[in-house]
Write a protein that binds this ligand. Structure first.
Ligand code: ZN
Length: 107
Protein backbone atom coordinates (compact mmCIF):
# COMPACT_ATOMS: atom_id res chain seq x y z
CA UNK A 1 0.00 0.00 0.00
CA UNK A 2 1.36 3.41 -0.93
CA UNK A 3 0.67 6.59 1.01
CA UNK A 4 -1.86 7.83 -1.58
CA UNK A 5 -4.02 4.69 -1.28
CA UNK A 6 -6.82 4.69 1.25
CA UNK A 7 -6.63 1.77 3.66
CA UNK A 8 -9.87 -0.19 4.09
CA UNK A 9 -8.60 -1.48 7.47
CA UNK A 10 -8.70 -5.24 6.81
CA UNK A 11 -6.90 -6.34 10.00
CA UNK A 12 -6.70 -5.06 13.54
CA UNK A 13 -4.38 -5.06 16.49
CA UNK A 14 -5.99 -4.71 19.91
CA UNK A 15 -4.19 -4.07 23.16
CA UNK A 16 -5.84 -4.86 26.47
CA UNK A 17 -4.28 -3.79 29.74
CA UNK A 18 -5.93 -5.36 32.77
CA UNK A 19 -5.32 -3.77 36.15
CA UNK A 20 -6.07 -4.62 39.75
CA UNK A 21 -7.17 -1.61 41.79
CA UNK A 22 -6.12 -1.74 45.42
CA UNK A 23 -7.32 0.03 48.53
CA UNK A 24 -5.78 3.42 49.34
CA UNK A 25 -5.16 2.25 52.90
CA UNK A 26 -4.10 -1.35 52.20
CA UNK A 27 -2.23 -2.00 48.95
CA UNK A 28 -2.66 -5.76 49.40
CA UNK A 29 -6.47 -5.46 49.30
CA UNK A 30 -7.85 -5.64 45.74
CA UNK A 31 -11.09 -3.66 45.52
CA UNK A 32 -11.73 -3.70 41.77
CA UNK A 33 -10.46 -4.64 38.33
CA UNK A 34 -10.47 -2.71 35.06
CA UNK A 35 -9.54 -3.26 31.45
CA UNK A 36 -8.19 -0.59 29.09
CA UNK A 37 -8.64 -1.42 25.41
CA UNK A 38 -6.99 0.20 22.36
CA UNK A 39 -7.56 -0.85 18.73
CA UNK A 40 -5.49 0.07 15.67
CA UNK A 41 -5.52 -1.00 12.06
CA UNK A 42 -2.74 -3.56 11.71
CA UNK A 43 -1.94 -2.29 8.20
CA UNK A 44 -1.95 1.53 8.36
CA UNK A 45 -1.75 1.86 12.18
CA UNK A 46 -4.71 4.26 12.32
CA UNK A 47 -6.33 4.30 15.75
CA UNK A 48 -10.00 3.51 16.19
CA UNK A 49 -12.14 5.48 18.61
CA UNK A 50 -14.87 4.06 20.83
CA UNK A 51 -18.26 5.53 19.96
CA UNK A 52 -21.09 6.26 22.35
CA UNK A 53 -19.22 6.12 25.65
CA UNK A 54 -18.93 9.05 28.04
CA UNK A 55 -15.47 10.51 28.58
CA UNK A 56 -13.97 10.06 32.00
CA UNK A 57 -12.97 7.33 34.39
CA UNK A 58 -15.27 5.49 36.77
CA UNK A 59 -15.82 1.98 38.07
CA UNK A 60 -19.59 2.33 37.47
CA UNK A 61 -19.60 1.82 33.67
CA UNK A 62 -17.29 1.79 30.63
CA UNK A 63 -15.83 5.16 29.67
CA UNK A 64 -13.56 6.50 26.97
CA UNK A 65 -10.41 8.65 27.14
CA UNK A 66 -10.48 12.27 25.99
CA UNK A 67 -8.96 11.25 22.64
CA UNK A 68 -11.56 8.47 22.28
CA UNK A 69 -8.85 5.89 21.60
CA UNK A 70 -8.88 4.03 24.94
CA UNK A 71 -11.95 2.41 26.45
CA UNK A 72 -11.70 1.80 30.17
CA UNK A 73 -14.18 -0.76 31.48
CA UNK A 74 -14.77 -2.06 34.98
CA UNK A 75 -14.52 -5.85 35.04
CA UNK A 76 -15.11 -8.57 37.63
CA UNK A 77 -14.40 -12.28 37.82
CA UNK A 78 -17.67 -14.00 36.89
CA UNK A 79 -17.79 -15.69 40.29
CA UNK A 80 -18.03 -12.25 41.90
CA UNK A 81 -20.44 -10.70 39.42
CA UNK A 82 -22.75 -8.49 41.48
CA UNK A 83 -25.38 -7.77 38.83
CA UNK A 84 -28.40 -9.55 40.26
CA UNK A 85 -31.37 -7.82 38.61
CA UNK A 86 -33.23 -9.97 36.09
CA UNK A 87 -32.43 -9.22 32.47
CA UNK A 88 -35.70 -8.10 30.86
CA UNK A 89 -34.34 -7.86 27.33
CA UNK A 90 -31.17 -7.55 25.40
CA UNK A 91 -31.25 -4.60 23.03
CA UNK A 92 -29.61 -4.78 19.65
CA UNK A 93 -29.26 -1.66 17.56
CA UNK A 94 -26.89 -1.95 14.65
CA UNK A 95 -26.03 1.26 12.85
CA UNK A 96 -23.67 1.81 9.99
CA UNK A 97 -22.71 5.10 8.42
CA UNK A 98 -24.64 4.08 5.31
CA UNK A 99 -27.82 3.58 7.35
CA UNK A 100 -29.97 6.67 7.57
CA UNK A 101 -32.94 4.71 8.82
CA UNK A 102 -31.96 3.23 12.17
CA UNK A 103 -34.22 0.36 13.19
CA UNK A 104 -33.70 -0.59 16.83
CA UNK A 105 -34.87 -4.03 17.84
CA UNK A 106 -35.21 -5.66 21.19
CA UNK A 107 -35.56 -9.33 22.04
ZN1 ZN B 1 -5.88 0.72 7.89
Amino acid sequence: MTSDQKCDHPNFKATVDVARITSNTDETKVIAFKADVDIKCAECKESFVFVGLPQGLTQQHPTVSISGETMSAPIEPISGWTYTEPVMGYGVNIYTKEDEDVQPSQN
